[in-house]
Write a protein that binds this ligand. Sequence first.
Ligand SMILES: [Zn+2]
Length: 160
Amino acid sequence: MPCELCGREVKGCKLAIVDGAKLSVCPDCIKFAEGAPEEPPRPPAPVQRFLVQRTRQTQPKDIYKDMQQDLITDWNHKVEDARKRKGLTRQELGFRIGERTVTIAKIENGDLRPSDQVIAKLEKELSIKLLEPISTEKPATTPTTPGTTASYTLGDFIKK
Ligand SMILES: [Zn+2]
């Protein structure tokens, strides 16, 4: 007599109550029956727990990293030089890092500041460093007015 739950022809089927129905079930399926010894509760998946912990741990670190690094001043030239050194066209480079040719052109012309994601891809593909640590202890050119540099906004930067 086959197991009425999984349908397999298994010896040693026993009558058991499954979801209120009396079925003949195999030893494998007896665990679904009412009154069967419960399986020990499963411990939380260790992988998932690890991922949650990892996310929590790396997030503040990434923010810290972003705050401490900025694009080098001649990043667009560095991208162009490195690309030419590798013998790549803008189209080829764009293809490799999954960006459009026009995006590469804009980046090399300095018209477009690459996103952090694109920076990472460019650095990897061209074996260059586009980020430099921001020196927090830069010798102030105007020591009498220490608050001046902090008042510059992105808008000020673009206007210049
Ligand atoms: Zn079965």
